[in-house]
Write a protein that binds this ligand. Structure first.
Ligand SMILES: [Zn+2]
Length: 1047
C-alpha cells in the first residue's frame, strides 16, 4: 500500500520541479529555450492528465504554479507550446476548479486569453484547435470574472467569437463553445447591444429550428444567446425582422414534440425571448397579430397537469397578461358618481386639480359632470322627523325574493320629495318585518332607534334605503374563522379564466346589470342575472357587469370629489341561485398588494340567516386572490402615484338560500347612524357616579354633527378636596375613523366606550383617574357616503392637521382647536390616540413619536426631551402587549417621517406637546401571534382590544401619577424603566422599522405574490444572467442603461 503513495509524492514533487525549470527558462527569454519549454509543458500536461494529485500541487497556495503557467502562455513562441499550456489550464480548471478559476482570474488570466484570441484571429485562418481551447476556457472563466463583460468588449473579442460562429455553422465542435461564450458575453447589456448590431440575432435565427433529437444541445446554446433581446434595441431589431412569429411556431413545435419534457430548458429560453420581445409595444402587437394569445393559452393549458412545467405556464401567463389589450374602465368618467359642492375650493387642493384638468385628461370622456345630472340638490328644508316608516317598494316582478316579500327598508325623511310608493304589500296590509331578537345579545342595538337615527343622517346621494344588516344588527360569530390557506395556483387559474374572455369571446355576456352612472340602467329581469344595490348609508358599488353566466365584474366608486381611493365596498346582492359558484371581480382596486393574498376573506351577511336567528357578518369566499389586471389608469387617476394598471380582487361565493338578500363588505360595516344609536344607548347607561356629556364638536361639510364625548367620574362630593381631585385629573384624548374605510377602528372605539360606561370597579377607577375627551368619528361624511379615505373635500383629513381649514376640514379644525385650548389652560393631554385600520399588516400595533428613533431632523428643542420623557412613550404599547392578545409590540414603530408631519399623531406631539401621541392600527385581516394566532379578526376581538386599551390606561396611571412624580419616587421610575426596558422588544429600536407610509408601510410578508403579477419592470433575466448584471461595473455601463431604457 505504501508504494503508490510514494510514487504519487514523487510525481507531485516532479511536477513542481518541472514548474521551477519552466520558470527559469521563462526568465531567460532565449529562443533556444523554446524546444525545452515545449517539452516541459508537454510533460506537465501528461502528469496532470494521469496523476490527479498533481493538479493540487500545481495550484497549492504559495506554489506560484499559476503565475508560471500564465507567464509561459504569454511568452509562448510556437503553437504547440501554446496548445500545451491551454490544455494544462483546461485540465486545472475542469474538475472542482472553482477556487482555481478564481486564482486564474486574479492573476490576470482572462485578459491573456482574450488578447490571444484577438491576436490569433488577425492571421486567418485561425487554428481551430487553438480557438477551441480558448473558448472552452472562456466558458469556464467568464462567469467567475466580474469584469468579464467589460474586458471582452475592450479587448475586441466579441466580434472574433461571433465571426467564428458565422463561419462554422456546420462545425459543431467549435460552434458549441463559441455559442456558450457569446451567452456569457451578452450577460452584459452593452455587449448584448453590440452583438445585436453585429448581426448576432440574424445568425442565431439561421441556426434555430424546429424540434430535432440531434440538435438539442445546439438549440440549448442558441436559444440561450437570445437573451440579448433583454436589451430593448435588440428586441426591436428582432421584432422588425419578424422573428416573433418564428419563435412562437418554434415554441409550439418543441412543445408538441418534447412529450417527455426533457428539454424544458429550451422551451423556457424560447419563452424568455418572447417575453423580452413583448416588453416593447411593437412586440406586443406582433404577438397579438401572430395569434400568440391562443398559442400560449393552448400550450399552457396542456402543461397545467404537470407540475414541473409550472415555469412554462407562469412565463406564458406573464406574457399573455402583458399583451392582453389594455382597456379603460367601462365608465363615463373616473370621477366619483356623486359630487358635493364645496363652500370654497382650495386653489392647490385635489378638488381644484380634479375639476381644472383640461378636457381629455380624464381617463374617459367626462360628460356627465358637465351636465351635473347626478348632483343632488342640497336640501334646505328641515327634515320631517316623523314621516319615517318602513315601507315596501313594489318590485314588479314575479320573482319573489326577500326584497319583494319584505320590501326594501326605506326611510322617508322627505329628502327625496317624500314620494315613496307601496307602503302596503299586495294584501293591502302594512308590511311586517320579522326582526331577529338580538336585544339580549346586542344591548346597544335597537332597530327602531336605528331608523330614527337614519332620519337625521344626511348623505350626498340623499339615501332613503337602509341596509338590513345595519337595521338588524350584527352579533359576533361564536366560531373560529381561520386565516385562509392560499390554494396553489389560484391566481394562475383566475388569470387563465380572464384570458379566456379573449379566446372564447362568444361566451361573454358583458351585460350591465347595475349602474349608478345611468340610474335608468335597464335591468332586463329574466331571472338570469343577480340584482345589485348600494344605495344606502356607507354603500359603495358603482357598476356591476355580468361577464359570464355566473361571473360579475364590479366597479367601485371613487371617494366623493375625487377620482380614486377605491377600496371600501358594501353592497347588496339578490336574485341568486343557491348552490352555484358565483365569481365576483372587483376590477378597479388600486393598492399593489393586499391581505386578500394572505388569507383575508370578504364579509357576507345573509338576511335569511338573520331572520332564522343568525344575524352575523361572516367571513366568506373561496379562490380569493388579488392581482394586476388589464385595465389601465393614468397617473391622474392614481392620484399622482405610479402604476399603470388597476388590480382585481376576485372571490367566489356559493349562496345557501333561494330568495335571499345578501350583503358583501370589505370589513364589518359601522355606519354613522350606528354610532349615533350606540351613543344614545350609552348615554342611557349613565349612573350617579358617571359624568357623561355629548356635545357637537362642529357640523361637517355634509351637514352632519360630529359628536364629542366627555366621560369621567362625578366628584365624590362637593368638598373642596373632591372638586380639586376632579379638576386635576389628566386628560386622555381619543379619536377614530378619520379614514372611513377603516371600520375596524369604530369597533375598537365601541369597545373603549362600552368599557368606559360600564359599572365595573376598574371602569370606575379609570373614570376617577382621567377625563376622557373622545371624538369617535372624525369623518362622518366620508363614512355616510361610502368613501374609503377622504372627506367631502376630496382630501385625506389625516394629512390636514398642520393647518386645517375651518370650512373645508371642520372636524380637524375644531379637534385641533380643542387640543390647543386644553394646552393653553394647562390641561395638555397625557395620552392622545387616533384609532385606525391597517389593510396590509396583521395584528394591532401602534405608531408613536420618538426623537431618538427619528431620522427626520426636527426643529424641536431636544433639551426639552430628556431621556426619561423620551422613553415614556413606550410604556403604553408595552402594557398593551402584555394585556391585549391581538397587540404586537414588534410591529410598533416610533419613527416620525417627514411625510407624516401633517398627521394627527405628529402634530399633536409637536405642536400640542403630547409625549404619548399615537396612531393605533388594527388589522383588517387577522393575527399571526398571540391567543388568536391564525384567525381572522372579528368584532368581538376588536371590541376587546378597545376595552384592553382602557385597562392599559389604568395601569399607566401608576407610572404617571403627578403625586408620585412630584415625590421623585425613584422606585416607581425604576419600575417604569423596567417596563420600558428594550431588551426583548424585537425591532423596536431597529432603524429598519421606519414607517414609510403611515397606513401602508412596506409589505413585510414572507411571500411576495407580486412576482406573479404582470409587472413590466420585472427583470426578464434568468438567475445567472441577473447575477452577472449585478456584477456589472456601474461606471462603464451607466450611459448605456440610460440609452437602452427608452422602450
Ligand atoms: Zn387610517
Amino acid at each position: 500500500m505504501n508504494k503508490p503513495k510514494m510514487a504519487a509524492e514523487k510525481s507531485a514533487s516532479r511536477v513542481l520541479m518541472l514548474l521551477s525549470q519552466l520558470e527559469r527558462l521563462n526568465e531567460d527569454h532565449k529562443v533556444s529555450n523554446n524546444d525545452a519549454i515545449r517539452q516541459i509543458t508537454g510533460k506537465i500536461l501528461h502528469l496532470l492528465q494521469t496523476q490527479e494529485k498533481t493538479r493540487k500541487e500545481v495550484t497549492s497556495k504559495g506554489s506560484g504554479g499559476m503565475e508560471v503557467i500564465l507567464s509561459s502562455l504569454e511568452n509562448a513562441q510556437d503553437l504547440q507550446t501554446t496548445l500545451n499550456i491551454l490544455a494544462i489550464l483546461n485540465e486545472l480548471l475542469t474538475v472542482g476548479g472553482g477556487r482555481r478559476t478564481g486564482v486564474f482570474v486574479s492573476k490576470g488570466g482572462t485578459a491573456i486569453l482574450l488578447q490571444m484570441l484577438v491576436s490569433s484571429s488577425k492571421n486567418p485562418p485561425a487554428n481551430e484547435e487553438l480557438m477551441l481551447h480558448i473558448h472552452t476556457l472562456l466558458v469556464k472563466v467568464g462567469p467567475k470574472d466580474r469584469k468579464f463583460g467589460v474586458k471582452s468588449r475592450l479587448n475586441g473579442a466579441l466580434n472574433v467569437t461571433l465571426n467564428l460562429v458565422k463561419h462554422n455553422l456546420q462545425n459543431h465542435k467549435l460552434l458549441l463553445p463559441c455559442l456558450q461564450v457569446l451567452r456569457v458575453y451578452s450577460s452584459n447589456l452593452v455587449n448584448a447591444v453590440s452583438l445585436g448590431k453585429s448581426g448576432a440575432l440574424e445568425i442565431m435565427f439561421e441556426i434555430i429550428g424546429p424540434f430535432s433529437k440531434k440538435s438539442t444541445t445546439l438549440m440549448k446554446y442558441v436559444v440561450s444567446v437570445l437573451c440579448v433581446c433583454s436589451s430593448g434595441m435588440n428586441a426591436r431589431r428582432a421584432v422588425d425582422r419578424g422573428y416573433l412569429p418564428t419563435l412562437l411556431s418554434i415554441y409550439q413545435d418543441w412543445h408538441r414534440h418534447d412529450t417527455r419534457h426533457r428539454h424544458v430548458v429550451i422551451r423556457k429560453s424560447i419563452l424568455a425571448c418572447i417575453k423580452n420581445l413583448t416588453n416593447i409595444k411593437l412586440g406586443r402587437k406582433a404577438f397579438i397579430d401572430a395569434n400568440g394569445m391562443r398559442i400560449l393559452y393552448n400550450t399552457s393549458t396542456e402543461c397545467l397537469a404537470v407540475r414541473t412545467l409550472d415555469p412554462l405556464v407562469n412565463t406564458s401567463s406573464l406574457i399573455m397578461r402583458k399583451c392582453f389589450p389594455k382597456n379603460r374602465l367601462p365608465l363615463p368618467t373616473i370621477k366619483s358618481v356623486f359630487h358635493h359642492p364645496l363652500p370654497h375650493i382650495a386653489a392647490g387642493g385635489p378638488v381644484a386639480q380634479l375639476y381644472n384638468q383640461p378636457p381629455g385628461v380624464d381617463d374617459v370622456v367626462d360628460e356627465i359632470f358637465s351636465k351635473d345630472l347626478l348632483t343632488p340638490k342640497p336640501d334646505e328644508s328641515p327634515l320631517e322627523l316623523d314621516s319615517i316608516s318602513i315601507s315596501k317598494r313594489p318590485e314588479g316582478t314575479a320573482d319573489h325574493d326577500l326584497v319583494c316579500s319584505l320590501g326594501r327598508l326605506v326611510v322617508d325623511a322627505g329628502v327625496n320629495g317624500g314620494s315613496v310608493d307601496g307602503l302596503q304589500d299586495e294584501g293591502g296590509e302594512q308590511a311586517v318585518l320579522e326582526v331577529p331578537d338580538t336585544a339580549a345579545l346586542l344591548p346597544l342595538h335597537d332597530p327602531d332607534l336605528y331608523l330614527e337615527m337614519v332620519k337625521s343622517t344626511r348623505s350626498v346621494p340623499a339615501y332613503t334605503e337602509v341596509a338590513y344588516p345595519d337595521y338588524f344588527g350584527h352579533v359576533a360569530l361564536n366560531l373560529r374563522e381561520p386565516i385562509l390557506e392560499r390554494v396553489y395556483g389560484v391566481q394562475r387559474t383566475k388569470i387563465f379564466q380572464d384570458i379566456e374572455r379573449l379566446i372564447h369571446s362568444s361566451d361573454i355576456l358583458d351585460k350591465v346589470v347595475y349602474d349608478l352612472d345611468n340610474q335608468s340602467c335597464p335591468v332586463i329581469d329574466n331571472g338570469e342575472s343577480l340584482k345589485f344595490n348600494s344605495k344606502f348609508e356607507s354603500g359603495n358599488l358603482r357598476k356591476a357587469i355580468q361577464v359570464r353566466k355566473f361571473e360579475y365584474d364590479l366597479i367601485l366608486n371613487s371617494d366623493i370629489n375625487s377620482n380614486h381611493y377605491h377600496q371600501w365596498f358594501y353592497f347588496e346582492v339578490s336574485n341568486m341561485r343557491p348552490g352555484v359558484r358565483y365569481r365576483f371581480n372587483i376590477i378597479n382596486c388600486e393598492k399593489s398588494n393586499s391581505q386578500f393574498n394572505y388569507g383575508m376573506q370578504v364579509l357576507m351577511y345573509s338576511v335569511q340567516d338573520a331572520i332564522n336567528g343568525s344575524p352575523h357578518w361572516v367571513r366568506t369566499g373561496s379562490d380569493i386572490c388579488y392581482y394586476k389586471n388589464h385595465f389601465s389608469r393614468s397617473s391622474i387617476a392614481a392620484g399622482g402615484q405610479k402604476g399603470k394598471s388597476y388590480f382585481t380582487l376576485t372571490f367566489t361565493v356559493t349562496f345557501q338560500h333561494k330568495d335571499d338578500v345578501c350583503y358583501f363588505a370589505y370589513h364589518y360595516p359601522y355606519t354613522y347612524s350606528m354610532l349615533k344609536m350606540h351613543l344614545q344607548k350609552l348615554s342611557a347607561l349613565r349612573t350617579a357616579q358617571i359624568y357623561y356629556r355629548q356635545d357637537d364638536l362642529c357640523e361637517t361639510l355634509g351637514g352632519n354633527s360630529c359628536p364629542l364625548l366627555t366621560i369621567t367620574a362625578m366628584p365624590e362630593s362637593s368638598s373642596n378636596d373632591h372638586i380639586s381631585q376632579f379638576r386635576s385629573r389628566p386628560v386622555v384624548f381619543l379619536s377614530a375613523r378619520v379614514h372611513p374605510g377603516e371600520t375596524n377602528s369604530s369597533w375598537v372605539m365601541k369597545g373603549t366606550l362600552e368599557f368606559l360606561m360600564s359599572c365595573s370597579p376598574q371602569a370606575q377607577s379609570l373614570r376617577e383617574s382621567y377625563i376622557f375627551k373622545i371624538i369617535p368619528m372624525l369623518n362622518p361624511d366620508g363614512v355616510i357616503n361610502g368613501n374609503h379615505r377622504c372627506s367631502l373635500s376630496g382630501e385625506d383629513l389625516n394629512r390636514q392637521w398642520q393647518s386645517p381649514n375651518a370650512e373645508l376640514h371642520p372636524t380637524i379644525y375644531h379637534a385641533k382647536s380643542l387640543l390647543q385650548y386644553l394646552r393653553a389652560t394647562g390641561r395638555t393631554p397625557l395620552v392622545f390616540c387616533d384609532y385606525h385600520g391597517h389593510s396590509r399588516k396583521k395584528n394591532v400595533f401602534m405608531y408613536g413619536c420618538s426623537i431618538k428613533e427619528t431620522v427626520w431632523q426636527t426643529n424641536a428643542n431636544t433639551s426639552t426631551c430628556d431621556l426619561q420623557e423620551d422613553l415614556g412613550y413606550r410604556t403604553l404599547p408595552k402594557l398593551l402587549s402584555q394585556m391585549a392578545p391581538v397587540f404586537s409590540l414588534s410591529s410598533c414603530s416610533f419613527v416620525v417621517e417627514r411625510s407624516k408631519e401633517a398627521t394627527a399623531r405628529v402634530v399633536v406631539w409637536r405642536e400640542i406637546g403630547v409625549q404619548r401621541s399615537y396612531t393605533m392600527e388594527s388589522t383588517l385581516c387577522g393575527c399571526d401571534q398571540g391567543k388568536y394566532k391564525g384567525l381572522q379578526i372579528g368584532t368581538s376581538e376588536l371590541e376587546e382590544m378597545g376595552a384592553q386599551f382602557c385597562l392599559a390606561l389604568l395601569r399607566l396611571r401608576r407610572y404617571t401619577s403627578p403625586l408620585e412624580l412630584q415625590n421623585h419616587n425613584s422606585h416607581l421610575l425604576d419600575t417604569e424603566n423596567d417596563l420600558i426596558d428594550t431588551r426583548g422588544i424585537p425591532n423596536i429600536t431597529s432603524p429598519t422599522t421606519y414607517v414609510l407610509e403611515e397606513d401602508e408601510p412596506a409589505f413585510l410578508e414572507e411571500v411576495d405574490y407580486s412576482a406573479e403579477s404582470n409587472d413590466e419592470n420585472d427583470p426578464d433575466l434568468e438567475p445567472d444572467l441577473q447575477d452577472n448584471l449585478a456584477l456589472l461595473d456601474p461606471s462603464s455601463d451607466s450611459e448605456f442603461s440610460r440609452q437602452d431604457s427608452v422602450n
